[in-house]
Write a protein that binds this ligand. Structure first.
Ligand code: F6P
Ligand code: MN
Length: 357
C-alpha cells in the first residue's frame, strides 16, 4: 500500500505530460530504475555472492576493473537495450560506444553512464553509486562516437543512484532535482525529497588533500583559507569531508550544502584531471544547478564545455553557489595576476638586477 505517496512511475508520467516528443523517456527512465534496483540488490549482498574484488582487467582509461564494475555495466546494458528508446549507450567501462543490437527497435536517445561510481569503496562496504545522463541523437543516422560529444546543457535528463544505508534515486528532467527512496518491501521508488534546494552558503568542503602539492594556486588559496577558519579571511570555521565516492559526496551536498572539488592536479602527471565529463561531471552539474548550486572547472561552467572525447576528463568544483563563486573569483584573480603581491620583472632571477647581487 503506497498510502497516496508518489512513485517514480507516477512522477515521470506527470512531469513529462505535455512535453511533446519526450514521453518515451518515461519507459527509458523506468528501465534505468529497474537496472538500479538490480544493482542495489547485487551490492547489498557484499561478499556473499563472491562478486567483490578485482577482475585483473583494465577499463578504457587504464583503471583496474572490479568484478562489480563489469557486472553492473552488463545490468545497465541488459535493462536498457531492448525497449526501443535508445540508439546507443556509452559507459566508463567500455572503450567505445555500444550500438543497440539490430534485433531491437532503435530509438532517438543516447544513454551515458558510470555503472558503479566510487567502486574502490565496494570491497570495504562503503557507499557507491550509478551516474547516468540522457542525450538526444542529433540525426536520424546511427550514432557515431561524435554523436555523444554534446555539451552538458543539452542533457534531457540526468541522475544518480546512491547505494547507501537506503538506496536513493536522484533525478532531474530539467525541472528541479527530485529524490526518491527505494522501498525494498514494495519494490517502488517513492518521492521523498521533491524539489531539492541546496543552501547557497556552506562551511563544509570536500577535497583529496593528499594531492595538495599539485593544485593550482586558486584552489590552494581557497583550501588554505578554509583551514584557517575563524582566524583567516573566511571568518568562520570549516569542516572537511572525503568519502572518495563522488555520488555520496554530491548527495551530501545536495542535502545540506557544501563544496566538492576534484580540481586539476593529481599524482599522475599524465592524468591532470580525474573526473570524466560525459558521465560524471555533466550529470552531477545538471543536478546541482537544478537544485540552485553551481558547477565549474574554476574557469568555465561545466555544462558549457564542448566535449572533445568520449572519456574526456575535466576539473570539477561544484556545490553551494556562494563558495563556488568565491573559487571562480580566485581563478580570475590568479589568471589576471592580482592574487599575489606585484614583483617587478626587473628583479626576477634572470634579469640584470637580481635582488641578491
Ligand atoms: O570515479 C572517480 C572516483 O571514484 C569518484 O567517485 C571519487 O570522487 C574519486 O574518484 C575518488 O578519488 P580519490 O581516489 O583520489 O580519493
Ligand atoms: Mn566514477
Amino acid at each position: 500500500m503506497l498510502s497516496g505517496r508518489t512513485t517514480l512511475a507516477k512522477f515521470l508520467v506527470e512531469q513529462l505530460r505535455g512535453h511533446t516528443g519526450q514521453h518515451d523517456l518515461v519507459s527509458l527512465l523506468n528501465n534505468v530504475a529497474n537496472a538500479v534496483k538490480t544493482i542495489s540488490s547485487m551490492v547489498s549482498k557484499g561478499a556473499l555472492d563472491g562478486n567483490l574484488g578485482s577482475l585483473g582487467t583494465e577499463n578504457a582509461q587504464g583503471e583496474i576493473q572490479k568484478k562489480l564494475d563489469v557486472l553492473t555495466n552488463e545490468v545497465m546494458l541488459g535493462n536498457c537495450e531492448w525497449s526501443g528508446q535508445l540508439c546507443g549507450m556509452a559507459s566508463e567501462e567500455m572503450a567505445t560506444p555500444y550500438p543497440i543490437p539490430q534485433q531491437y527497435p532503435q530509438g532517438e536517445y543516447l544513454l551515458v553512464f558510470d555503472p558503479l561510481d566510487g567502486s574502490s569503496n565496494i570491497d570495504i562496504n562503503m557507499s557507491v553509486g550509478t551516474i547516468f545522463s540522457i542525450l538526444r541523437n542529433a540525426t536520424d543516422a546511427a550514432p557515431s562516437e561524435q554523436s555523444y560529444l554534446q555539451a552538458g546543457a543539452k542533457q534531457l535528463a540526468a541522475g544518480y543512484a546512491l547505494y547507501g544505508p537506503a538506496t536513493m534515486l536522484v533525478l532531474t528532467l530539467g525541472q528541479g532535482t527530485h529524490c526518491f527512496t527505494l522501498n525494498r518491501e514494495s519494490g517502488h521508488f517513492v518521492l521523498t525529497h521533491p524539489n531539492l534546494k541546496m543552501p547557497a552558503h556552506t562551511s563544509e568542503f570536500a577535497i583529496n588533500t593528499s594531492n595538495a602539492r599539485f593544485w593550482e594556486p586558486p584552489v590552494a588559496r581557497y583550501v588554505k583559507e578554509c583551514k584557517e577558519g575563524a582566524s583567516g579571511p573566511m571568518g568562520r570555521d570549516f569542516n572537511m569531508r572525503w568519502i572518495a565516492s563522488m555520488v555520496a559526496e554530491v548527495h551530501r551536498i545536495l542535502m545540506r550544502g557544501g563544496i566538492f572539488m576534484y580540481p586539476r592536479g593529481g599524482k599522475d602527471a599524465a592524468l591532470p584531471d580525474r573526473l570524466r565529463l560525459l558521465y560524471e561531471a555533466n550529470p552531477m552539474a545538471m543536478l546541482i544547478e537544478q537544485a540552485g548550486g553551481m558547477a565549474t572547472t574554476g574557469r568555465q561552467r561545466i555544462l558549457d564545455i564542448p566535449p572533445q572525447q568520449l572519456h574526456q576528463r575535466v576539473p570539477v568544483i561544484l556545490g553551494s553557489s556562494n563558495e563556488v563563486k568565491r573559487i571562480i573569483r580566485y581563478h580570475t584573480e590568479h589568471d589576471n595576476g592580482i592574487d599575489r603581491p606585484f614583483v617587478s620583472p626587473l628583479f626576477q632571477e634572470r634579469s640584470l638586477f637580481t635582488q641578491d647581487c
